[in-house]
Ligand binder design. Sequence first.
Ligand SMILES: [Zn+2]
Length: 406
Amino acid sequence: MTDLNNIFKLIDNSRNNIIDLLLKLIRFDTSNPPGYTTEIVEYIREFYDGIGFRSRIIEGFRGKPNLIVDNNIDGDTLFIYNGHMDVVPATSIDKWVCEPFKGCISEGFVYGRGAADMKSSLATIMYASKAIVESGYSFKRRIEFHFVADEEVGGLYGTKYLVEKGFVKGRYGLVGEGSVRNNVIYIRPAVRGGVWVKIKSYGRPGHASNPKSGVNAVLNMARVLDYIDREFKLDKLYSHQILPPPSISPGTMIKGGVKENVIPDYCESTSDIRIVPGMGPDTVLNHINSLISELKMVYPEINTELELVKSIAPAEIPLDSPIIKLVSNAVYEVSGYKPDFLGGTGCNDATYLINDAGVEAISGFGPGDGALGNMHGINERVSIDILVKFTKIYASTLIKVDSLDG
Ligand SMILES: [Zn+2]
């Protein structure tokens, strides 16, 4: 344990360096869209060069490279850290305490776009790596760090691309998405999936001055969306011990009609449905179809077709996984309590690691605070206290992983 105590001391003495590192990362405007990462990749690569780690740049889309770093050890990869470098765009800039892509420190927080989601995780894992090297510790097992692009728009050229091209091979892993709520640290062992469904409503055109001369596709769409919202039952039919139940947001997009005085003969909308393990796109399509059939008994002229726009599978790992025990111990050492499990509402890159690459990965374990952090909002921020704690927790995690079986 002396190694770890040394490392913790180094980290305590580096509070300002950790903050500076985070501010540097915030200053790369990686807003997605467009989500360019060339410059931040260069910076992270140089940082790891400086501590003797190797790196490779994998670019799936011009201007959106990913960076894979390893600890200079060959052989099978035991552990993969995954963190995304892109952020959502900043809006209402005049309401921020400081410029979102400049960042600042105020009352114990670092502010800036990405402070919570999730450049704080990148800064803390980077600094944890550096503190370990500076302490003189030498790794025995191969560990990789995947700094990825494109997460905020679904991961197509980020984690998904790396998995498809065979770059993601490892036994255990963790995605550094925020797992803090009101300064309390949790572990997210699962993520919900998402299903996006297009509903097409067909009618018959007519003169709008004579409503009976046609069938109004927009009006029927309104009935359908309202009905599937009120009668949605998947949240009663499916549940999960940690994740929130399935949910639906009907009509996230809609279009229809051609002219003010023409009864519209076509309308289409999309709906966003979130699912838990045990469900797939068919579960959702069948349910919506059966709801629309019920509604047709009342409005026989409703004529619809469903189309699956896209779907992301839910993902989970066993709650007694060695990687969960390990990070739980790391939290205990640093914070004095064993973390509970937390289920987030969104999807993230963990789905590709777990479902497609077979990595036993924690879906979310990082310093971002879902309650205090204003993720994706105005004045996004991270607590400096949590930032320093997580640097220690990540350092301890990496050291513990290094002596894991498997
Ligand atoms: Zn994120």
